[in-house]
Write a protein that binds this ligand. Sequence first.
Ligand SMILES: [Zn+2]
Length: 194
Amino acid sequence: MPYAGSRTKDTGTWLLPADENAFDRLLRERIELIAWRCSHPGPVGLHPTHMHPTLAEAMACGSVQAFLHLPFGAALPQTVTLANGVRPPAGPPTEATVQLLRARIRNGHDGRSFEAGRLAVRWYENEVSPETHRTLVGQTRQIWSALTAATRLVRVDGREKPLFGFRIGQAAEAMIRETGGQLAVSGVLRFRLR
Ligand SMILES: [Zn+2]
């Protein structure tokens, strides 16, 4: 649920690493300053975080999620260091972060399911300048356009229209069709690919 004055974009994503790579490749082809910050479990500051040149590297370093800082090339907190291959960012301060949370395969008592991850960003329109707001809107559009190009609509049993607010990668779709698992959202909603 978006809060008053906030700009929120949040898309549920079923992506395997191959799909993440396809998305990241498109982003990096289109946007020069893409770098991903890794993320580690535990209290903030416990583990060092870095900017990585690729999403795959950030996910390999961290675990379940990675972040893009907006505007592209934004200056970073001093606690973040640069991995090899990342140009030192010299832009304005970070105004928003985009989260890519990994989808997870679960083997439960009721069978195998694939829990959606998400691509999400939020900022407060009244906390940034109009110019920054326009920049964030434009860059968010670029990121989601790459996601759209790298993924497909999700069509499931019992629904005429594709699932609103969700995308699935090609590799993820193939995996689900092969294994017969269900798509899950928040551990509760279950869907079967049509
Ligand atoms: Zn790292």
